[in-house]
Design a protein around this ligand. Structure first.
Ligand SMILES: [Ca+2]
Length: 510
């Protein structure tokens, strides 16, 4: 019934659009101006470090995200969305360019830059008459100027959505990037429990030790997701009051997974699988859950297609418009049966600033990961001389403290999070949804491992990944436009002793 109503309205709008167009032509007004008024506004809401399934629309019982849930209910809820890299800067570079991180040079790493040669959807929309702006965290962290840009690629900076919205020219479509800094660390300890959350009801990811500190830490993370959700709600209210909400393409997602061990900066689901809900009543039949595999690189071509433009050929992402305009739920386009993501250097936490290069393919049933440098420490090294920066790819947190300080008791979580990993990892996501049992050396799984490995290689070669073509490893050498660049000597390192103190300088910065 709901669907029929939406479709009918869609037809009426189109008919009205055509007659207006005819009227505009006869009145001597350029049809292009009419087309411009029909183009949607785009509200892109990006949380910072939020994993799937941490929204109430996904059934997580402790968190309450009514705004995300509304967008999902009146639009489309995606269950298999993945970021292009589980790290702030490269994920944002990929969203803006619609390209895999291995195509972006220094755009593929944390605290890098985004070379100006790569087109971004925000510039393309600006050139086509959109009013484009952002607030809070845009493309970050890093140095845009080093890549030849003079300003943040997310557009003009505004202090608030209200300010941006108030300055939107009449009759011109707009595109806004709300880059929240929630739920990035640090957290106010105990904020989740103080807000009434029951830590005993948290669905604990299996890799974390089940302790009161860890459960409370997750509630604090939920608290910040809820704060982000409320802020998005305020924006929707303003758009709705202005009568523009139904022709606004609203997207809510995150840049990478939760800031916990074996999550953010990892290619497992906790690091790479994202919440995603999209609402645009004028074009998108709502009330649907879509299980197709999508990558956040698909958003840039989606925005461009929604604006009536053709995405540039460089974009490896594929527009979601066919999924969005469909009336189907479940699997809509059977060809969307996999995603590919990767990582290069995240924090400065290995000798000479080396990264931990890896790529993955995720299908409905399996996750296959290729670690190019298995001799390196996946979460960074532990430094013996000072406690600064140990396992620096994992944000300082109560959960990390529990794992390090009680690592004998929680040796398996410790090893899974901080220990070295083999060159290949294979997880059966049906039997092992938390991806803890590596089957890569299991004989019975060799055929599927080979199949996924071949498929990953083919995709990386087809998209020009230097790791599979030229063998170049420039990511390890490129400048890190951040702080914490210690000269780390081999004799200063060990991975045998946990530290007593955390480095808290990375708070809300990466
Ligand atoms: Ca982030």
């Amino acid at each position: 019934m709901m669907m029929g109503h939406l479709l009918t309205r869609h037809v009426v709008v189109r008919v009205a659009g055509l007659s207006l167009l005819a009227l505009a032509s006869s009145a001597g007004v350029l049809p292009a101006q009419e087309t411009a008024t029909q183009r949607p506004n785009i509200l892109f809401c990006l949380s910072d470090d939020q994993s799937y399934p941490h929204a109430s629309a996904y059934g997580e019982p402790v968190i309450h995200t009514p705004v995300f849930d509304r967008v999902a209910r009146e639009g489309v809820l995606f269950t298999q969305a993945y970021c292009a890299a589980p790290s702030c800067t490269p994920s944002r570079s990929a969203i803006l360019t619609g390209q895999d991180i291995w195509r972006l040079g220094q755009g593929g790493q944390l605290f890098g830059t985004l070379p100006a040669e790569h087109p971004v959807y925000t510039d393309l929309l600006t050139a086509n008459g959109y009013h484009v702006g952002y607030m809070d965290k845009g493309w970050a962290p890093g140095d845009v100027r080093a890549g030849g840009r003079t300003s943040d690629p997310t557009g003009t900076r505004f202090r608030s959505f209200q300010e941006f919205f108030g300055k939107a020219p009449e009759g011109k479509p707009w595109c806004f990037w709300f880059g929240s800094r929630d739920p990035h660390r640090g957290y106010r300890k105990g904020s989740g429990v103080s807000a009434g959350m029951d830590p005993s009801k948290v669905r604990l990811p299996a890799v974390f030790p089940d302790t009161p500190e860890v459960r409370s830490d997750i509630c604090d993370y939920f608290f910040e997701i809820q704060r982000f959700d409320q802020q998005v709600g305020e924006m929707l209210k303003q758009i709705e009051q202005a009568g523009q909400l139904d022709n606004t393409l609203v997207v809510i997602t995150s840049d990478n997974g939760m800031p916990f061990p074996r999550a953010k900066a990892n290619l497992y689901d906790l690091g790479a699988r994202m919440p995603l809900a999209i609402r645009w009543p004028k074009q998108v039949p709502g009330g649907r859950t879509v299980d197709d595999f999508v990558n956040l690189t698909d958003l840039a071509p989606t925005f461009l297609e929604a604006a009536g433009m053709t995405p540039p050929k460089e974009m490896t992402g594929r527009s979601l418009m066919n999924l969005l305009k469909s009336t189907k739920s479940g699997v809509v386009a059977p060809g969307r049966d996999a995603v590919y993501t990767g990582r290069e250097r995240h924090a400065w936490c290995r000798i000479d600033g080396k990264g931990y290069p890896a790529r993955m393919i995720r299908t409905r049933d399996f996750l296959y990961i290729r670690n190019y440098e298995p001799d390196r420490w996946p979460s960074g090294i532990y430094r013996m001389v000072t406690n600064e920066g140990h396992y620096g790819d994992v944000d300082a947190s109560p959960t990390k403290e529990v794992m390090l300080e009680q690592k004998d008791e929680y040796s398996r979580p410790f090893e899974l999070s901080f220990g070295k990993r083999p060159r290949e990892e294979l997880y059966d996501c049906r039997k092992d949804p938390h991806q803890l049992r590596n089957l890569a050396s299991d004989l019975a799984h060799q055929p599927i491992l080979q199949k996924l490995s071949d498929r990953l290689t083919a995709r990386l070669k087809a998209t020009g990944d230097p790791r599979e073509t030229t063998g170049a490893t420039l990511w390890d050498a490129w400048k890190y436009h951040g702080y914490n660049q210690w000269k780390i000597l081999p004799e200063q390192t060990t991975n045998t002793e946990p530290a007593a103190r955390e480095d808290v300088r990375t708070k809300k910065s990466n």
